[in-house]
Design a protein around this ligand. Structure first.
Ligand code: DGL
Length: 266
């Protein structure tokens, strides 16, 4: 059981930010990653569609022996996590990317927090509701920033186009006076530096990658599932081949990655 991999999924490259953090915190664990590039972006899809995709992908990850399924996508965590828990709890441990961040922020005393994310995540109100419950003294403002995922997936990261889009979104009045900003989309850590720089490094930029990896480690320890075999084998699957996915995956995982196309939709 301990040697089984950690299953992770996202719509595309975003979940790689989480996978990368897991590798740093838990280098002995093997990963099986699924990027649903055929259906990207999730942020514009209906909750029903995301629930359907997430269910199928979870089945796929379980068929690949995952001991944990980590939903490394905020849009899927907001729309599908409860359904996944009902359907799959008992077959693997399920972890999302929203609850660990909310728990972390409830231990800090911020007066005002901003959340940016996809249309799906922001319109679900999940961060607002959960933070209201766990950190009632904190005011929360949220804003959808739908151009950021296609921008990142198209490789516009450190250039004039990305700078203009980031500046236009972040200078919106809604975010004025925030002390922390939740990157409510796992793609956004890829542009984390530009975001911090926009705020002159005066706003705490919170991304789920590290926080979720720490929760994963605690969960594996608690369940006596930490892998100590010394054998690590990572697998990466995508539902549609994009050279950009491969490029970003190589950037995060330095060198050869075992990338396969998996047709789980026919
Ligand atoms: N990275 C995902 C998220 O955290 C999905 C982005 C998208 O596909 O729209 O929401």
């Amino acid at each position: 059981m301990k040697e089984k991999p950690i299953g992770i999924f996202d719509s595309g490259v975003g979940g790689l930010t989480v996978a990368h953090a897991i590798k740093q915190i838990l280098p002995g664990e093997s990963l099986v990653y699924f990027g649903d590039t055929a259906h990207l972006p999730y942020g514009d899809k209906s909750a029903e569609a995301i629930r359907y995709y997430s269910g199928k992908i979870t089945e796929f990850l379980l068929d690949h022996n995952s001991k944990v399924v980590l939903v490394a996508c905020n849009s899927a965590s907001a729309s599908a996590f409860d359904t996944l828990k009902n359907e799959f709890e008992g077959r693997a441990i399920l972890i999302d990317v929203i609850d660990p961040v909310v728990d972390y922020l409830s231990t800090r005393n911020f007066k005002k927090i901003g959340v940016i994310g996809t249309k799906r995540t922001i319109s679900s109100g999940t961060y607002d509701k959960k933070l209201k419950e766990k950190a009632p003294a904190t005011s929360v403002v949220s804003m959808a920033t739908p151009l950021l995922v296609p921008m990142i997936e198209e490789g516009f990261i450190f250039d004039d186009i990305s700078n203009a889009i980031i500046r236009t979104y972040l200078s919106n009045e809604t975010l004025s006076g925030i002390e922390a900003l939740i990157l409510g989309c796992t793609h956004y850590p890829i542009i984390r530096n530009q975001i911090s720089k926009f705020f002159n490094f005066n706003v705490e930029v919170v991304d789920s990658a590290r926080i979720v990896s720490m929760i994963l480690r605690e969960t594996l320890e608690k369940n006596n599932l930490l892998c100590d075999s010394g054998k690590v084998q990572d697998q990466f699957f995508i539902s549609d081949y994009t050279s950009y996915f491969e490029k970003i995956a190589r950037m995060f995982f330095e060198g050869e990655i075992n990338l396969k196309k998996a047709d789980i939709w026919s």
